[in-house]
Design a protein around this ligand. Sequence first.
Ligand SMILES: NCc1[nH]cc(CCC(=O)O)c1CC(=O)O
Length: 325
Amino acid sequence: MSRTIRLGSRTSKLAVAQTEIVAASLKEQFPDYNFEIVTKTTLGDNVQNMPLYSFGGKSLWTSELEELLVSTGPESIDMIVHSLKDVPTNLPDEFKIGAILDRADPRDALVVRSDLAYKSLSELPSGSVIGTSSVRRTAQLRRRFPEFQFKVVRGNINTRLAKLEDPEQGYTCLILAAAGLLRLDFGDKITQYLSSPNVLYAVGQGALGVEIKNDDEFTQSLLDKIRDIPTTLVCTAERSLMRRLEGGCSVPLGVESNISSDGVLVLEACITSVDGNEAVLSKLSRRVTTEEEAETLGKDLANQLLSQGAGTILEKINYEKLSHN
Ligand SMILES: NCc1[nH]cc(CCC(=O)O)c1CC(=O)O
């Protein structure tokens, strides 16, 4: 009997679709193995009506699946497929990111309620209600469009789209990651792609990250065949930038990045205050060929942002969080 490799996934449609992408890439490289998808609900799926930061940030999407990764029972898995965006910048010691795969469109996208004719943010009337739960999105949009209102929207993509269409909820539009919409075949709902200087995207957005046990050389050897090197360099730089800035808290950091075929990585980043009144924007570009060089580029850009005053914005955010607890 041929060997079976088990891929762990959250239960949402997007998570499963993404895990299927990874399983298909592995099957193409290793046709003699079986690849099986195992789904599990995470804390993050269960606390959709709570403020996310009160659960210690992003690990709320990873812990239950990590338990299966270390389990030796029949339910054990070999790897976890994540949206890289949801993977904390520092993983517990026993785990690592074994591979980062090719990235879908990393930008945020506007989806307007289907009975309204508006196509872009600049066409929306004053007082329009923007549905998003992301501090990064809200802060950046408040800065450019102070005339809008912001309303939290929770749930997976399908749930959010249903809430948008329900007139009682009062949303004019949603801001969502283009990648998630495209992977679920909702690309035709996108009326505008957002970009710098209006809305920069989240670190890792649109990329898939595969988490494995640190010492699992066999699974690592499989993943080595499907990793995408340019995406790995870009996302390593983005994650290094965030690690240097966050100090344990999630920060309203937006990025926009690109790597040319000859390895020149351009990384742009902005830190915006929650009220949108202050922002620091910075950019760095350099040829990188190794993950270490990408890490250094990210760190250097973080230092550049701090020297331009980003620290003051971040301190205020951390102080506000402390005073809430
Ligand atoms: N925060 C939840 C989340 N995690 C990953 C995606 C979409 C896919 C991706 O960004 O890779 C989404 C939804 C969204 O932000 O619209």
